[in-house]
Ligand binder design. Structure first.
Ligand SMILES: [Zn+2]
Length: 225
């Protein structure tokens, strides 16, 4: 559906919904002489209409901008949602491209006292069997490795993809690919060497193809399974 028809549809549905909400309000909730049972039933209906409002509001992209209310808040001209308030639900189209969140990077040069204060985003999603984690944090002090002194953990944005027991982690300065199960805590760490440090006969154990262009410009890796 293109943007204009989507906007028209949402606008129309919200208009009808607001009409229904006003109707319930004017004829039952704010009217004298409605008996208690009826009042409760209509209060419930009003709540349910509120849910529909929430649902439609999630689909609104606030195309027409915001207007100021009397209590100096900014609300969307179409759906009436208050600007910059965290939404508790996320709605995605079942077909086509799905977009959730935007690209966030570290926001400060400051070194924060704790990991929690430095954390900006740490979320994950399961998408058709693959798992994606995004972790963004500013710099912070940490007592890593049970050391006496604090060390500074650099700000970072790490995106991790897990599929079929393989984990690919992309950070600012390195890309790690782990094949096979994750290391148990306390187990012997893996060795790590540059290819040129390995013997040719040892290299044969690694199904890795180095990709490069002219002038030996590195352009990636292929790992065979
Ligand atoms: Zn809106």
């Amino acid at each position: 559906m293109n943007k204009e028809t989507e906007k028209t549809r949402i606008k129309k549905e919200l208009k009808l919904l607001f009409k229904s909400m006003d109707f319930v309000c004017d004829n039952y909730l704010n009217k004298e002489g409605v008996n208690d049972d009826e009042l409760e039933a209509f209060a419930n209906i009003y709540q349910q209409l509120g849910l529909a409002w929430e649902f439609l509001g999630l689909q609104c992209r606030h195309w027409d901008g915001y207007r100021k209310t009397r209590d100096r808040r900014e609300v969307c001209k179409i759906c009436g949602k208050v600007r910059d308030i965290d939404e508790t639900h996320v709605l995605l189209p079942s077909k086509g491209h799905k977009r959730l969140g935007r690209k966030i990077r570290p926001t400060s040069r400051k070194i924060f006292r704790t990991k929690r204060e430095a954390q900006i985003l740490n979320e994950s999603i399961e998408f058709h069997g693959a798992r994606l984690d995004v972790n963004v944090h500013n710099s912070y002090k940490s007592k890593l490795f049970q050391g006496e002194h604090d060390i500074n953990i650099a700000s970072e944005r790490i995106v991790k993809l897990r599929e079929s027991g393989i984990e690919c982690s992309i950070g600012r300065h390195r890309i790690d690919i782990r094949v096979g199960p994750a290391k148990q805590k306390g187990s012997k760490p893996d060795y790590g060497n540059f290819a040129f440090e390995l013997k040719k006969k040892d290299l044969k154990h690694f199904p890795v193809i180095f990709r490069f262009g002219d002038n030996l410009k590195f352009s990636g890796l292929t790992i065979l399974r």
